[in-house]
Design a protein around this ligand. Structure first.
Ligand code: ATP
Length: 347
């Protein structure tokens, strides 16, 4: 439903869920675009907590100068379980009405968008989502803000691990973030020439998990032994988080128990969320921030700003949270092909 643009005077922003490098660049772009359209901007702190507890700050040009290169988010981010309750939604609505906010932009992941959709049922203002998550697990956009920086950070770290692994002929199991998607694991694994990628897309989970893990363990042990017999060198296994019960440490332990293979587990962890955003994330965030304000001016609501084949488009929030857009089959296939070719070469 389109709103009369004359009625939009004040917009609010918040950053929610896991922080992602580039969120600040998006905040900056929103504030600059809002200034252009003579809109007042207010930022709520710590995700939906800021709305529920009514903690906010006005945002002007000076507040967003020189933040484009900074990781994290100047508005802080947080999970907010209270937002998933009726009372929480009522409190958030009451804050928005009291502050006379006409439109709310939320920069976050699919959970944050679910929050926007819940709010929209109670509050009549415009709601716009900007995909900001390192996981890249949002449908309808080719990339989310933060993903490119996160994979570059992980690649840099694994390249360093490769150096020491190569010197000592060590086997590493490196656990990467991604929640329940393998975008980070697959992209990083391929870019680092990992000998193995174990992720949701190539680990069938619709079987009994016990049997499946046992099968995978046996195959993995066999492949590691074969590779090590052919050439004494480093061996890197990239493992998606939340996939193997007990994670990288448990997998290392199990390989030791069943086949006396020594592996070093390494959980890369929050290093993947931090750091200065790479150019791609800064530019994506800037384009999306400006587009979000323009969408508000043109009366849009209930949409996510997305990028498809280099074009900025609008996608329904309900589509964005569907979780149907996994790692592309071609990427999974590419890794399979590389492994098959490598095995042929070594045999
Ligand atoms: P990321 O996956 O990158 O961490 P996210 O936005 O998916 O980002 P979540 O923890 O899933 O992170 O959600 C962030 C917040 O969104 C939650 O803490 C909660 O405040 C709100 N939220 C999530 N789901 C709902 C829901 N169904 N209804 C209302 N609010 C929700």
């Amino acid at each position: 439903m389109q709103k009369n643009i004359q009625t939009v005077k004040k917009i609010a922003i918040l950053t929610s869920g896991g922080d992602a490098p580039g969120m600040n660049a998006a905040i900056r772009a929103i504030v600059i675009a809002a200034q252009h359209y003579h809109l007042e901007v207010v930022g709520f702190y710590a995700g939906y907590n800021g709305l529920i507890d009514d903690v906010s700050t006005p945002l002007g040009l000076t507040d967003v100068s020189h933040i484009i290169h900074r990781g994290g988010t100047i508005l802080k981010s947080a999970r907010c379980p209270a937002m998933e309750t009726t009372l929480g939604i009522e409190q958030a609505t009451s804050t928005l009405l009291k502050a006379q906010v006409d439109a709310l932009i939320v920069i976050g992941g699919d959970g944050s968008f679910a929050g926007l959709m819940a709010l929209q049922k109670q509050w009549s203002g415009q709601v716009i989502g900007i995909p900001g998550t390192i996981d890249n697990d949002i449908d309808g956009t080719d990339f989310t803000i933060g993903f490119s920086t996160a994979i570059n950070t992980a690649i840099e770290a694994i390249d360093k691990i490769r150096d020491t692994a190569e010197a000592f002929e060590r086997i590493f199991i490196i656990e990467l973030m991604g929640r329940h998607s393998g975008h980070i694991a697959f992209n990083v694994g391929i870019a680092c020439a990992a000998e193995q990628i174990i992720s949701f897309e190539n680990f069938v989970s619709n079987r009994n998990t016990n049997h499946h893990e046992a099968d995978k363990l046996k195959t993995l042990a066999k492949e590691i032994k074969q590779a090590q017999a052919n050439r004494h060198a480093s061996y890197i296994i990239v493992l998606a988080e939340n996939l193997w019960r007990g994670g990288a440490s448990a997998l290392a332990q199990q390989l030791q128990t069943i086949a006396e293979i020594d592996c070093t587990p390494c959980i890369l962890g929050h290093i993947q969320r931090g750091g200065s955003p790479v150019a791609k994330d800064r530019i994506l965030a800037t384009k999306m921030g400006v587009a979000a304000v323009q969408a508000i001016i043109s009366g849009q609501s209930n949409i996510m700003i997305a990028e498809q084949s280099n074009n900025i488009v609008h996608v329904a929030l309900s589509t964005a949270i569907m979780h149907q857009q996994g790692v592309s089959e071609s990427l999974v296939q590419a890794q399979d092909n590389i492994l098959a070719l490598t095995a042929q070469h070594l045999s």
